[in-house]
Design a protein around this ligand. Structure first.
Ligand code: URA
Length: 221
């Protein structure tokens, strides 16, 4: 079985429903000829779908309300509180999508870069909500390639008291190697993605991919 199929069948990898709409949106953002304005607009649409999907994995409690008809309705309400954590810089592109669906959501930031001396991901900066250990965390980074930065970030979250099974890692495109490595290292982690690609090149860019997400989104190409 190919690595992509193994990743796709993993019970903790949740891929958005492969509708024609999603395929069309992803085709636009993968196209090298797409201009920045459209890249941002259509990426934002996919990010919105991903955030909405992420919220589907949060636990709920039963809740009864009375409708304006005076009739009780047996519904549910979210059990816990959430926050976002974006991996700088590309993950910051996903913050607005989270704010659009969760009013006044708290958003932490983490900056991780490769240490040129050790070639390992190194934490340079983190600012997290003080009560993050009581929250569910939507971890935001658009491209999951090797998973190095995201795994380092999850270690930072766990050190801050976040329970591993309360972390939902949200990305637009993932490489199967990175997915399988992360899900093996963190046995309670869930990943939510739009599409699973084939592989990576020697520079660890995802193939077919969409190039450098941060550069295309923020206009720094
Ligand atoms: N980050 C990107 O922006 N693109 C890739 O292909 C991999 C990591």
């Amino acid at each position: 079985m190919s690595l992509s199929s193994q990743a796709a069948e993993h019970p903790r990898l949740h891929q958005l429903s492969q509708t024609n709409q999603l395929k069309a949106l992803m085709t636009i953002i993968r196209d090298k000829n797409t201009k920045r304005g459209d890249f941002v607009f259509y990426s934002d649409r996919v990010i919105r779908l991903l955030v909405e999907e992420g919220l589907n994995y949060l636990p709920v409690n039963d809740k009864e309300v009375i409708t304006p008809m005076g009739v009780p309705f047996q519904g549910v309400s979210f059990q816990g509180r959430i926050c976002g954590v974006s991996i700088m810089r590309a993950g910051e592109s996903m913050e607005q999508g989270l704010r659009d669906v969760c009013t006044s959501v708290r958003i932490g930031k983490v900056l991780i870069q490769r240490d040129e001396r050790t070639a390992q991901p190194k934490l340079y900066y983190s600012k997290l909500p003080k009560d993050i250990s009581d929250r569910w965390v939507l971890l935001l980074d658009p491209m999951l390639a090797t998973g190095g930065s995201a795994m380092k970030c999850i270690e930072v979250l766990i050190e801050a008291g976040v329970k591993e099974d309360r972390i939902l890692f949200i990305n637009l495109i993932c490489a199967p190697e990175g997915v399988l490595k992360m899900l093996e290292k963190f046995p309670s982690l869930h990943i939510i993605t739009a599409e699973i690609d084939e592989s990576m090149d020697a520079q660890k860019f995802i193939l077919p991919g969409l190039g450098d997400f941060g550069d295309r989104y923020f206009g720094t190409e």
